[in-house]
Write a protein that binds this ligand. Structure first.
Ligand code: ADE
Length: 224
């Protein structure tokens, strides 16, 4: 998979996308991430990419021209399955969307900033708008990093034990059951004996029961 990300603040993305699982996925060529600085597509001597909004009002708007130039240049080299704009107005990210996007080959993600992007960008170039929750971030970069991470970990071969993504919370519509590691007895607080029993069928049954209980308790909306 190739993920291209367009941003005015490339540095914000460098940290989250160059650590741990996402870094290993890139090192093993399972994903190729390219970060494009929108300012490189400005034709103005100050490299400006934003301007005041027509009609007045506080906040700058990312201009259509540099974004159009950038998207057209990238799209001339490959066909994108989706051109995604990160925005609090978008459809809320969930595991189903991550699963679907993880099957794509080429994704282009545009990070908004300031007051957002000129509406003509959304109308003419964007195929999908994604929000990571009902709150407003200073820009789309952290949201893009969340989206990229949640997709990349689902690409086959990225996680060392492929089944571990399948047992994540939400994959079967339930939260994940509790997990324990050594010691089996911490100051009298014991690990549930079934987990030490070696009986795989009983362990599976217990985990499923706990996943249902946990979902009922914390996220009963998922059971509706
Ligand atoms: N940009 C600003 N806030 C955002 C959010 N909640 N989700 C996605 N992109 C955003």
């Amino acid at each position: 998979m190739q993920i291209d990300i367009i941003t005015v603040l490339p540095k914000i993305l460098e940290g989250p996308l160059n650590q741990s699982i996402v870094k290993r996925a890139q090192d093993s060529n399972l994903v190729d991430i390219h970060i494009h600085d929108l300012r490189d597509f400005s034709q103005d001597k100050h490299k400006s990419v934003d301007d005041y909004q027509y009609g007045g009002g506080a906040g700058m708007v990312l201009m259509v021209e540099p974004i159009a130039r950038c998207i057209e240049s990238l799209s001339s080299k490959k066909r994108y399955d989706e051109i995604i704009y990160m925005s609090p107005d978008g459809i809320q990210l969930n595991q189903g969307i991550c699963n679907k996007l993880s099957l794509d080959k080429n994704l282009l993600i545009l990070c908004g900033h300031y007051k957002g992007v000129d509406e003509r960008v959304r109308e003419n170039f964007i195929t999908m708008e994604i929000s990571i929750g009902d709150y407003v971030l200073s820009g789309g970069e952290l949201a893009a990093a969340v989206l990229a991470d949640s997709i990349i970990r689902l690409i086959p071969g990225v996680l060392s034990d492929e089944t571990s993504a399948l047992t994540d919370s939400f994959q079967d519509g339930l939260l994940a059951p509790p997990v324990y590691t050594r010691p089996s007895d911490f100051k009298g607080m014991k690990v549930p004996p079934v987990l030490l029993s070696g009986n795989a069928a009983e362990i599976e049954k217990w985990r499923h029961k706990m996943a249902i209980e946990r979902t009922k308790e914390k996220r009963s909306d998922l059971l509706d």
